[in-house]
Ligand binder design. Sequence first.
Ligand SMILES: [Ca+2]
Ligand SMILES: [Ca+2]
Ligand SMILES: [Ca+2]
Ligand SMILES: [Ca+2]
Length: 343
Amino acid sequence: MELEIAVLFGTGVGGFDPPVFYPAGSQLLGLTVGDFNVDGIPDVAGVEVLSESIRVWFGDGTGGLDFQQDYTVGGQPFFARAGDLNGDGADDLAVADSLSESITILLNDGSGSFSTGGQVAVGTDPMHIAADDFNGDGNLDLATANSRSQSISILLGRGDGSFDTAPDLPDWSPDFLAAGDWNNDQIPDLASLNFGAGLRIYLGEGDGTFTLLNGYAAGLASGGRLAADDLDEDGITDLAFGGTRSVTVFFGEGGGEFEAPPLLFSGANGARRTQVTDLNGDGLNDLVTVGAGWAIGVRLGAGGGEFGSPVSYTVSCAEEQRVQDGLHGRVPFNAKRVRSCLV
Ligand SMILES: [Ca+2]
Ligand SMILES: [Ca+2]
Ligand SMILES: [Ca+2]
Ligand SMILES: [Ca+2]
């Protein structure tokens, strides 16, 4: 089956124009956005699970995507994270190879051409990667969600694209990680989502180690996604989470704890992909979700943690196709807000 990437340009008032589709091969599993050729325009990398490769497109500045090249990675790649791993100002790629139990590093030469930076061993079945400077040395570090070894691997960047490994964190079948500062101490923390139904909060110690602070029932199915941002303008990071039939918002209390009960939006469409951004430019963060039936739902922030009724935008996709988010708060493609989905 031939797949397509759908790019939805925001209207600037919270809505979207009809999607523009780009051919994407037959095996694309997920998208990540970075600036690979350092021209200030977001580019896209897609994970191709069966051919075990990463496919790279450059954004053309008008919303178009130009296919560049495929790069071979490890066994059964599930996720790619863009970030500058060697400090040269160009986004590199870290790819979670679930079957090879490794992270493949692809280093960017600054023009958007990648060469292999080797593979780093992690736990069993890595499904997701979070990136931040966990030990405060100025080098980007990585954390991987190892779903079958029930652990989180911490890889501390040396600044040249290679890594030192810190001790693994025991966790419970994580398949998603978010990095952010939950307790406002300027040290990056971690949150993991588990296949079962759990959200776990870890506080960073500042040296690349983490301490489990708390766990919350998140009421979900596997494949859910977590978005971290301030949703009630109190300066404390909150977490929004999409399950199969609901969206849950955990409001941060400031010390790394989250208010209970969380704010819950129920709905038939659910939200397996959740993003937080200010779609209508009013300074208040909005909730964007991609749910079953491939409907994009927008709940505009009303301030103070209140949200308007959901407005749906449907991307026509065949039943067996997948939808995923592809933008992570980066510069928009054409100076408007945009969401891409993989269909
Ligand atoms: Ca780089
Ligand atoms: Ca670091
Ligand atoms: Ca912190
Ligand atoms: Ca908040």
